[in-house]
Ligand binder design. Sequence first.
Ligand SMILES: *[C@@H]1O[C@H](CO)[C@@H](O)[C@H](O)[C@H]1NC(C)=O
Ligand SMILES: *[C@@H]1O[C@H](CO)[C@@H](O)[C@H](O)[C@H]1NC(C)=O
Ligand SMILES: *[C@@H]1O[C@H](CO)[C@@H](O)[C@H](O)[C@H]1NC(C)=O
Length: 322
Amino acid sequence: MAVPLGLLLALLGCTVALDPALEEAWEGWKSLHAKEYPGEAEAIRREVWEKNLRRIQQHNWEEARGQHGFRLAMNHYGDLTDEEFNQLLNGFSPAWQEEPVRVFQASAALKTPAEVDWRAKGYVTPVKNQGHCGSCWAFSATGALEGLVFNQTGKLVVLSEQNLIDCTRKLGNNGCHGGYMTRAFQYVHDNGGLNSEHIYPYTATDTSTCQYNPQDRAANCSAIWLVAQGSEAALEQAVAAVGPVSVAVDASSFHFHFYTSGIFSSMFCSQQVNHGMLAVGYGTSQELGRNVSYWILKNSWSEVWGEQGYIRLLKGSDNQCG
Ligand SMILES: *[C@@H]1O[C@H](CO)[C@@H](O)[C@H](O)[C@H]1NC(C)=O
Ligand SMILES: *[C@@H]1O[C@H](CO)[C@@H](O)[C@H](O)[C@H]1NC(C)=O
Ligand SMILES: *[C@@H]1O[C@H](CO)[C@@H](O)[C@H](O)[C@H]1NC(C)=O
């Protein structure tokens, strides 16, 4: 049976059931994050936002009753479905099989402090924002190099992700559609340098050609070490001995997208990693009379997300989130 087009549109329109009580909150959220939508897109985005908001409220209601160790909050990603979020932002794929680099193994002889936080030692630059570009791998790589440059020179220099995005395509990285931290380090090694963010600013696009300027060499890379995969003991020793370390996690769950505070762990977190981050330390906190250990991970989703841009992720249980 042929359905007149106008009728079909009207029928489809009916499936978007928006909550009028959320009108003011929606307008406030749009203006806070400078969101504008053309025509019919607005109702669709609002429906996604309302669904996310209800899930966040449900989680926090459960958290208040002791069912979770962390809280969620609406943020600038509130108009994205889980699938859209993962397509747009999680730019790390784990099937890396190239020549092996040196592997950092846990050593029984190496004693680590109970707590490490490289932020307090001046090793970590302010939290950045990758925007709508799956370039997490580049932010993770600059973060590790920024820490090591600080150790070597005593100067904290913000390094260029765009330099890595534009210039590592020949090594197989894919700009805003994903890449590997190891290939970023390999580029800095082979290229003999990396520019600063100041000289080579971030555009959140991947259509430019490489514009590395050898006059501004803000970092070098002499060797690449891999931390033994899946070993939290080896990672703890590397973080304690070396400084901030690039890591990958499974950041694909709704809970991860809207995390705002607490020690994160989720039954929806798998060992399939898809997001590059930076381990800047670890610690232990008293939660309901128990000692709970956590990693401190720097993200690149702006300071609006998480604990001023960071997440505390459960440590030493089952390699949470890979
Ligand atoms: C750099 O690291 C070494 C050894 O890990 C340490 O002894 C030194 O104090 C560090 N330098 C700075 C500036 O933090
Ligand atoms: C990088 O290496 C070059 C050549 O060895 C050196 O001149 C420069 O100071 C190094 N830069 C940094 C930030 O370590
Ligand atoms: C928690 O850790 C502290 C410091 O290491 C220790 O003194 C305390 O006994 C621990 N508490 C529990 C419940 O394990």
